[in-house]
Design a protein around this ligand. Structure first.
Ligand code: M6R
Length: 608
């Protein structure tokens, strides 16, 4: 949460920083700021609101002419979103932007106040700046000051730092929060992720915890936590600038839904080397899979919902018990794990703090960890024993769509491979399912996307409701959790998802005249049961909307029915989720919301 960026070089720093902040805005957008050297003096402009408000303020102030500066877009943790609490924060000669949380800021602040240091904001960041400044006063050298400050700061951070009396140079250090250094011929960048620098360069260095980068124009030096110079490999980002732009769509979310078929093909096509998808290139062999007799899946939010789908697929196909847990609960549950266990972590960003900590706990207990991650070289990807990358490309919209679809498709392929290792599927079966994923699934998703106008029509009927319920059974019950999350996240409509059979145990009392209830029905074996629940709801005044297979029985109780394209039933629910994503998208648009940046949320939750 929060995005940081910096540039030092011969080109216009402010332009690069503002452009980078626009790409980083998905990480937090309640205030923004910039600090830059102008004629060897640091000039700071910051404001509550979006990056566009900062851009406007910079113009009002006559622009910034500088070749070196740092910028920040904030998701407030300590102190309300206002001009004073926004970054950069200043203490003495130190000017600093921060992504993360300084957990011991209160003790540090008390100590510094007793030494005569004064503070103007409520932020933990100002305290970090003061700690570094106090060390700078003692050491007289920026690098030594940062090295001395690091052990004093508990928590997570990626800092971009200017020292007022060292013009043209950016110092940067990370612990627990993502940070990369972009490399170009005319200068260097720091950034929370590669998307913010793709317009200028695809070359970057990934910093490890405790490493400090010193960027002075095109020269970048990296030091370890002992202050020794280290040589870093220059990596090349796989994504290009166009992938991180809207490309003619009105919102990133819509663009990203449209990218789902391509993302599935890209992710699993390269793993389809023998006529079926396997994970040998990811270091996961059939022999290893054979030894898995129980699986724990840990993730947050939508990624956790992908885990619920995986549980269904793995238990059905491989007959291996699976537990799915929310990472924030798992990490404090003293999980019972040993070296015989495998823990699967799912994360689009690879930086979610709870999921990362869950991974570390699982490893510390000896369990083998496999991560399904979208962002290359992210923290989770680097720390897991095995990583299965999804190649969905950058997902900018806060609401996750294509990442979920690709995670589910990948995890289903994983379930089939697991079933094969257990002798429950043949090579022929693997070929059959691989074709379904790479061809039928992508085609079915495309069909749903081409139905966009119809789905918009349903949203038109429902967008002014304040409560919407979703129900489903079996796999559909897992899926409606995601449909409901998507809707509430971006439309701000109160929405709940229930196991259809549970309604009678309490929830049905919420159904009043005209309450929309959306049922997902893709599992034929339990169609009749779902239908009974729909009739019960309608009898109590509910309005029944059904998303179903074409073989779902008809009934006068159903007000509106949307039939999904025919496909193997393992995947029909996934196709149904694309329809639900489009539904949530149009509900949000029709309510006039900021679809890609819903209130209070940030894309990458790098704090607890
Ligand atoms: O990056 P991750 O997949 O680890 O993120 C997990 C959740 O924060 C994320 O899926 C969140 O729930 C989405 N905003 C939902 O659309």
């Amino acid at each position: 949460m929060c995005g940081i960026i910096g540039y030092s070089g011969s080109e216009n720093a402010a332009e690069r920083i503002v452009s980078g902040l626009k790409s980083l805005e998905y990480r937090g957008y309640d205030s923004a700021g910039i600090a830059a050297f102008e004629e060897n003096k640091v000039r700071i402009i910051k404001t509550v609101g979006r990056v566009s408000a900062l851009e406007h303020r910079i113009d009002e102030c006559g622009g910034i002419r500088s070749g070196c500066g740092i910028g920040h877009t904030r998701w407030a943790t300590h102190g309300a979103p206002n001009d004073i609490n926004s970054h950069p924060q200043v203490s003495g000669r130190v000017v600093l932007v921060h992504n993360g949380i300084i957990e011991n800021y209160h003790e540090l602040k008390t100590e510094l106040i007793s030494q005569g240091v004064s503070f103007v904001s409520e932020t933990d960041t100002e305290v970090a700046a003061a700690v570094i400044d106090s060390e700078y006063n003692k050491a007289g050298d920026p690098l030594k000051a940062i090295l001395a400050a690091m052990p004093k700061l508990t928590g997570s951070y990626a800092f971009g730092i200017l020292f007022k009396d060292v013009p043209g140079v950016i110092y940067s250090v990370k612990k627990g929060s993502p940070l990369i250094v972009g490399v170009t011929d005319n200068g260097g960048f720091i950034s929370s992720d590669t998307s913010a620098i793709l317009r200028y360069t695809k070359k970057y260095i990934s910093l490890e915890n405790g490493e400090i980068a010193v960027i002075k124009g095109a020269s970048t030096e990296v030091y370890n936590s002992r202050g020794e110079s280290v040589k870093k490999e220059i990596l090349t980002a796989k994504w290009d600038a166009a992938a991180a732009e809207k490309g003619g769509y009105s919102h990133f979310m819509l663009k990203e839904i449209h990218e789902e078929p391509e993302a599935v093909k890209k992710t699993l096509g390269i793993r389809n080397r023998h006529g079926y998808i396997d994970f040998e290139d990811d270091g996961i062999t059939v022999e290893q899979l054979k030894n898995i007799n129980f699986l724990r899946i840990v993730a947050c939010g939508t990624a956790m919902h992908a885990g619920l789908y995986a549980k269904y697929a793995i238990e059905k196909m491989a007959r291996i018990p699976v537990i799915v847990e929310v990472a924030s609960e798992f990490r404090y549950s003293d999980p019972i794990l040993s070296d015989k266990d495998t823990v699967l972590i799912i994360s689009q960003s690879g930086e979610t703090a709870d999921s990362l900590e869950a991974l570390r706990i699982a490893k510390s207990k000896g369990a083998r960890t496999i991560a399904v991650v979208n962002v290359i070289a992210s923290s989770i990807a680097r720390e897991a024993d095995n990583v299965i990358y999804t190649y969905a490309g950058p997902e900018i919209s806060v609401a996750s769509t294509k990442a979920y679809t690709v995670q589910v498709a990948t995890l289903c392929a994983f379930a089939f491979e697991l079933a094969y290792s257990k002798g429950r599927l043949t090579e022929q079966d693997l070929m059959y399912y691989s074709k379904i994923i790479l061809h039928d699934l992508c085609e079915a998703i495309e069909k749903v996307i081409s139905d966009e106008e119809r789905i918009r029509g349903i949203a038109q009927e429902l967008y002014d409701n304040e409560n919407v319920f979703f129900i489903g059974r079996s796999l559909d019950c897992a899926l409606v959790q995601e449909a409901s999350l998507k809707l509430k996240e971006i439309s701000y409509i109160h929405s709940e998802a229930y196991a259809a059979g549970e309604l009678k145990h309490g929830t049905i009392s919420l159904i009043t005249n005209g309450t929309p209830v959306i049922s997902l029905a893709t599992v034929p074996e339990i169609y009749e049961k779902t239908m009974s629940n729909i009739v019960e709801v309608v009898t109590r005044g509910g309005k029944a909307f059904v998303v179903c297979g074409s073989d779902f029985p008809d009934n006068s109780a159903i007000l509106y029915r949307y039939e999904l394209p025919e496909i193997d039933r393992m995947f029909m629910g996934l196709v149904g989720i694309t329809a639900m994503q489009l539904f949530a998208y149009y509900m949000s648009v029709l309510r006039g919301n900021d679809v890609d940046k819903p209130r209070n949320l940030a894309k990458s939750v790098t704090v607890e």
